[in-house]
Write a protein that binds this ligand. Sequence first.
Ligand SMILES: Cc1ncc(COP(=O)(O)O)c(C=O)c1O
Length: 390
Amino acid sequence: MIDVERLRAETPGTRNVVHLNNAGASLMPQPVIDAIHRYLDHEIGYGGYETQRAFAGELDGVYESLARLIGAEPAEIAINDSATRAWDMAFYSMPFDEGDRILTTTTEYVSNWAAYLHLRGRRGITIDVVPNTPTGEIDVDALESMIDDTVKLITLNHIPTNGGVVNPAAKVGDVARAHGIPYLLDACQSVGHLPIDVAEIGCDMLAATSRKFLRGPRGVGFLYVRSDFLHRLDPVFVELHTAPVVLPDRYELRTDARRFETWEKNFANVLGLGTAVDYAMEIGVGAIWERIQVLAETARRELGEIGGVAIRDLGAVKCGIVTFEVEGRRPKEVRDLLSGRSINVSTVTAHSAPVDMHDRGIEGLVRASFHAFNTEDEITEFASAMRVIA
Ligand SMILES: Cc1ncc(COP(=O)(O)O)c(C=O)c1O
């Protein structure tokens, strides 16, 4: 059981707003805020490099926390500026040749899709989109039937940016393993949202962010690369931290996943991320997931009763992201009207998940996304505001 009162007392932002934008950026809890302040205060007082040295043990602990969260080893974790950069470091380091195929989903995030198009142009890869089941997840049988010797990567999101779907990541992993095909999972919306175990999922690479369901600060994300997969990637960038130059004509690549980092980082944010992970694990990600599902279902039910509001979520298992259209109102207009009542939601456009939005003929959606600190009373307030707006 989650102590919601405690979560709210520890989340200063809940005193100002009804925050239903956890899929955008959640509200940081006090321990995360304190960790960032503690680091910055030290940096202000004693200098950046000196503070990094003083906090070296705690900063190292962040890799341990992230590894524990997803069932990995600390040496399999790299910390980057964002989920996108973490994901890019893996994707662009894949040794693709002309004619290689990648298999992906309809609901890919726009930045991933842009990278697919980019490498289609630069390296001649082919992008093949696996069809969905009628409930909107990637169809795992169809995926398997599309595999041949030219498939060099299976790459998909766990939870799309634009709806309630949870893709069957572990079933995809079974197929990837059975055929020996590398598997990259975009877990940006799922880490902190639901329990993740990379061994169970069977992915070789996974990228995620701090600021969404983990409730950490912005500007930091991380990448997991399975240790015995590391050598299959040719790092797209190298620098002093990832590939120390040991002789004027020779560098040595780091032997752990940190070869995908950069030396320079926002270390206050790194510490904030580690604290957010510890905080989530102390509450229990399983318990968080259960509560999020209950809240999101309640919201879908209440919104579904309002004339002019159409819920657009798919998914056999539905997550904490609730998307809807309002007759006669543009999504951004709805967002702004709700904002005027101190209710935060966000919007997705036709470009956010371009293939899916195009296939479903949807121009834009309002997105309300729930976390464990949200309450039933907040949903009631949100629904009554929506009744007026609709
Ligand atoms: C599914 C998905 N993948 C990747 C990203 C990119 O994350 P970031 O903005 O941290 O790079 C997002 C951001 O909304 C997302 O929803």
